[in-house]
Design a protein around this ligand. Structure first.
Ligand code: C5P
Length: 228
């Protein structure tokens, strides 16, 4: 199958507080986006689509070529994102080539996602189900709280946290985006709402999403331990 990876990198980075769009914040000598792209280009994709803040398309292409090599320029597309993550994914889907069979949607903010997570997702799409999401078990005990009152526990054994890359049959993902009439928490939820089966594969702790300043510190620690 021909695979495209849509890398959403158009977030504002407000919670990170680094004074600019998160994808372009430096972890070490390299940005969040550049670290994410090292993993993306290791996966066997025919097309890589970067969805970035309007005005940063040129910077994104520069990052892509430094990660992928100039000779892979033709497989990279760059588009401006939307006001929400879902809008940004939709902008990416609009430029997926006609001959693509499988689409992976990946958060640039999960900059250290290991290659074997991409492999597990790709191996399961269309074989196990039209949608695949990498998950990790929840380690904390979960409480339902209303106001200040703990109103009950939740059975942790069935709970997981969802990561990316999430992989989909291309036609299923396109159709689900066409009929989506509200914001969903992730692409798997949007595709499930359209009536499709989603299966889980094992995620990885290294795929954590860089969101807060503490996450950025953790990313800097990881980058120092695993220099490029
Ligand atoms: O905000 P959060 O970190 O949950 O966003 C997850 C991913 O979605 C990030 O990689 C971010 O750049 C991307 N995003 C986007 N467009 C938005 C909001 C978020 O591409 N409008």
């Amino acid at each position: 199958p021909r695979i495209a990876v849509v890398v959403v990198a158009a977030g504002s980075g407000t919670r990170l507080g680094a004074g600019g769009p998160k994808a372009f914040v430096g972890i070490d000598a390299h940005s969040v986006l550049r670290h994410a792209l090292n993993g993306v280009f290791a996966a066997p994709s025919a097309q890589v689509i970067l969805v970035v803040p309007a005005g940063r398309e040129g910077d994104a292409m520069t990052e892509a070529l430094s990660a992928a090599g100039e000779e892979r320029r033709d497989l990279v597309s760059v588009v401006a994102g939307g006001a929400t993550r879902q809008g940004s994914v939709a902008a990416g889907l609009a430029v997926v080539w006609p001959d693509i069979d499988i689409v992976l949607v990946h958060d640039a903010a999960r900059a250290f996602t290991p290659p074997d997570v991409f492999e597990r997702v790709i191996a399961a799409v269309g074989v196990e189900a039209p949608g695949v999401v990498p998950v990790l078990p929840v380690v904390d005990t979960i409480k339902r709280v209303v106001g200040d009152d703990v109103v009950g526990g939740v059975d942790r054994s069935e709970l997981t946290s969802a990561q990316t890359p999430q992989g989909f049959d291309r036609a299923v993902l396109d159709a689900a985006y066409r009929v989506a009439d509200r914001e969903h928490t992730d692409d798997a939820a949007l595709v499930a709402a359209a009536g499709h089966r989603i299966v889980a594969v094992e995620g990885d702790a290294a795929s954590f999403k860089i969101t807060t300043p503490a996450d950025l510190d953790r990313a800097r620690g990881l980058a120092a331990k695993h220099p490029p």
